[in-house]
Structure formats: structure tokens, C-alpha cells
Design a protein. Structure first.
Length: 161
């Protein structure tokens, strides 16, 4: 692992199990691993305000270089706050369909609480501080996804004075 978090921004899909195995192989000091895999939701699903309007997709845009630097800063913050033995963030970009994997966060530590907290922190900060722009398409209509107040509130709990 090399004593630092690993970051990847990629168009290609990833295998959550394979990434978990690769990240923790031979690291017998690890006692807890927490992972989060985010999937693209079908914005035209039943119960949604956009129900039955047609096929949907999500396109993520980013600025190469800038995005990786920001993700590294977020992961390094987690690395410095908690005693992590391994940390991985994979975020996809491009056009994705409902059910596609969009993000993977893995935090591993000797103790479960650090892994749980680091993983929650990473997702909260990725949601609010990672420079990705999301374009939803459904039923022939396109709209940019706006930031949500509840995401900001979740990230605020990790703020330091």
C-alpha cells in the first residue's frame, strides 16, 4: 500500500471484491474494512417524481488533474484523521446507466470504528467537495444536478474549527 491513500478517476467499471482483495492482501494488521459502493439510480423509478418518463442516464464530467488533486486531498485528510492501514477511492466519469457502479470507497484499519468513521467522512466529503458535474437524462430531457442542502449538512459534521 505504501502508507498513503490510493485514488483513481476512470471511465472503466471496477470490481468491488477484487479491489477489496487487492487492497488488503497480506496486511494482517487490518482488523476492520468498511466499503461503500455507490450505484446510479434510475431517476424514472416508481415513486420518483419523474416516474415513467423513459430511459435514464447520468453523465459525470470533471477536469482531469484538478479532480484527482481534490480527491487526493480528501483522502489524505481521512488518512491523517484516522489510523488507516489502507484507503481507496475510485470514482467513475462518463455516461453511466442505472445500476452501474459510480464510486467505491474502502477504509481499512486495525479497529472497526476508525474504518467506519473514515468511510463515512470520505463519502460525505466526496459528495460535497469532489469536482464532478452531473447531468441527468430521462425521457429526452436533460438537467444538471444541483447540490443538496442535506449533503452539505452531512459534510458539516466533519468540519474542524
Amino acid at each position: 500500500m505504501g502508507g498513503q491513500p490510493e485514488i483513481r478517476v476512470q471511465r472503466e467499471d471496477f470490481d468491488t471484491g477484487a479491489e477489496l482483495e487487492r487492497l488488503t492482501q497480506g496486511q494482517h494488521q487490518i482488523g476492520g474494512v468498511v466499503s461503500f459502493t455507490g450505484l446510479v439510480r434510475d431517476i424514472a423509478a416508481p415513486g420518483d417524481e419523474n416516474a415513467n418518463v423513459g430511459d435514464s442516464s447520468l453523465t459525470l464530467e470533471h477536469y482531469p488533474g484538478m479532480t484527482e488533486r481534490q480527491l487526493e486531498a480528501i483522502a489524505t485528510e481521512a488518512w491523517n484523521r484516522w489510523p488507516l492501514d489502507a484507503c481507496l477511492v475510485i470514482h467513475r466519469h462518463g455516461r453511466l446507466l442505472p445500476g452501474d457502479r459510480i464510486v467505491l470507497v474502502i477504509a481499512a484499519s486495525a479497529h472497526r470504528q476508525a474504518a467506519f468513521e473514515a468511510c463515512a467522512f470520505l463519502m460525505d466529503w466526496l459528495k460535497t467537495k469532489a469536482p464532478f458535474w452531473k447531468l441527468e437524462e430521462t425521457g429526452g430531457e436533460r438537467r444538471w444536478v444541483a447540490a443538496k442542502a442535506e449533503d452539505d449538512a452531512a459534510a458539516e459534521r466533519w468540519s474542524r474549527e
